[in-house]
Design a protein around this ligand. Structure first.
Ligand code: SAM
Ligand code: DTB
Ligand code: SF4
Length: 343
């Protein structure tokens, strides 16, 4: 057993990995050295462990399907170095106003009919103004009436704003930590990691489920990726959804100068460690699937990923075509609302 793995257990005793994997204890005191020890396991051992945990908590043949809509695009005052929507960089993106509720609902209905069970509304704001929040609350209630789960990502929230969204029927709020505490300042300077953690606490207190993950492939080290996972796993409650985004290339942003896409095995290892650290969380293969082969996506599903975004675009960048996704899931014998909708 690799160094550090003994400490990965609650009772400190080395035991049979299959038993350990099947139980998948919930911990909030992960250390980076333990995550590294898991990451460094022989690939088959890591995958076996992640699979054991995955099968204990989830149907391993099912994938959740979510859909995204940018309800307010571009012109964002934040300086996130990876993002096409920041006003700090010339990315050629045209800024838009907040969409009308009727258009949002029509898009959500199409997404539902195309096989999405969750609809995530995203706005390029540092934080919503109260007037904007009224509009978004109306959208949330209307989308919920379509029978979909609702998610929003609007930037930082105060406690009263989170409470208002919950009242409107919001199920999930997406707010990512994005990267490790050490790498964070290389990527964003206009809001701190603590700001993000405060927003996550407000969301939790309001009774909204948390969707929180980050991005890989921006030039960070493996240690940063693991640091990000440890940060997530040591939150007071594990996020119900953990999106793992592979950086989707955007021209004109600073991350272009540092970006390096992880190789397929590194990505599968990271997904497996995510599954082991957060056994109950739904792990989403989020942005960047456009760069992944079918085989790599299959490997990530084996490693414990069980959610994807469907639809040809994410917010401003590309996502695989629905026909390709449906074909992949069919070949893997995996169930999803996407395949049901197309049957
Ligand atoms: N403006 C809000 C905020 O940042 O809180 C919500 C939308 S923002 C686009 C949501 C998340 O998308 C970011 O935190 C980041 O993790 C991810 N993201 C943004 N641009 C990306 C890109 N080019 N590739 C991969 N992920 C990206
Ligand atoms: C998340 O973690 N990934 C989604 C969602 N949360 C809002 C966003 C991905 C955005 C990819 C870049 C773009 O399309 O602009
Ligand atoms: Fe703005 Fe969100 Fe993009 Fe950062 S990630 S620049 S906050 S839209």
């Amino acid at each position: 057993m690799a160094d550090g793995l003994v400490e990965a257990r609650n009772d400190g005793q080395p035991t049979d990995q299959a038993t350990d994997g099947a139980v998948g204890s919930i911990r909030h005191d992960w250390r980076r050295v333990e995550a590294q020890a898991l990451y460094d396991l022989p690939f088959a051992d890591l995958m076996f462990r992640a699979q054991g945990i995955h099968r204990h908590h989830f149907d391993p043949n099912h994938v959740e399907t979510a859909s995204l809509l940018s309800i307010k695009t571009g012109g964002c005052p934040e300086d996130c170095g990876y993002c096409s929507q920041s006003a700090h960089y010339d990315t050629g993106l045209k800024a838009t106003k907040l969409m009308a509720q009727a258009d949002v609902v029509a898009t959500a209905r199409r997404a539902r009919d195309a096989g999405a069970s969750r609809f995530c509304m995203a706005a390029a704001w540092r934080n919503p103004k109260d007037r904007d929040l009224d509009e978004v609350c109306g959208m949330v209630s209307a989308v919920r009436e379509l029978g979909m789960e609702t998610c929003a990502t609007l930037g930082m929230l105060s406690a009263p704003q989170a409470a208002r969204l919950r009242e409107a029927g919001l199920d999930f709020y997406n707010h990512n930590v994005d990267t490790s505490p050490e790498f964070y300042e290389n990527i964003i300077t206009t809001r701190t990691l603590q700001d993000r953690i405060d927003t996550l606490a407000h969301v939790r207190e309001a009774g909204i489920k948390v969707c929180c993950g980050g991005i890989i492939g921006m030039g960070e080290e493996v240690d940063d990726r693991l640091g990000m996972l440890v940060l997530l796993a040591n939150l007071p409650v594990h996020p119900e959804s953990v999106p793992i985004n592979l950086w989707n290339e955007v021209k004109g942003v600073p991350v272009n100068d540092t970006a390096e896409r992880p190789d397929a095995i590194a990505l599968a290892r990271l997904v497996a460690v995510t599954r082991v650290l957060m056994p109950h969380s739904v792990v989403r293969l989020s942005a960047g699937r456009q760069y992944m082969t079918d085989e790599l996506q299959a490997l990530c599903f084996l490693a414990g990923a069980n959610s994807i975004f469907i639809g040809d675009v994410l917010l401003t960048t590309k996502n695989p075509q629905a026909t390709r996704d449906a074909n992949l899931l069919d070949r893997l014998g995996m169930t999803s609302r996407l395949n049901q909708a197309r049957a």
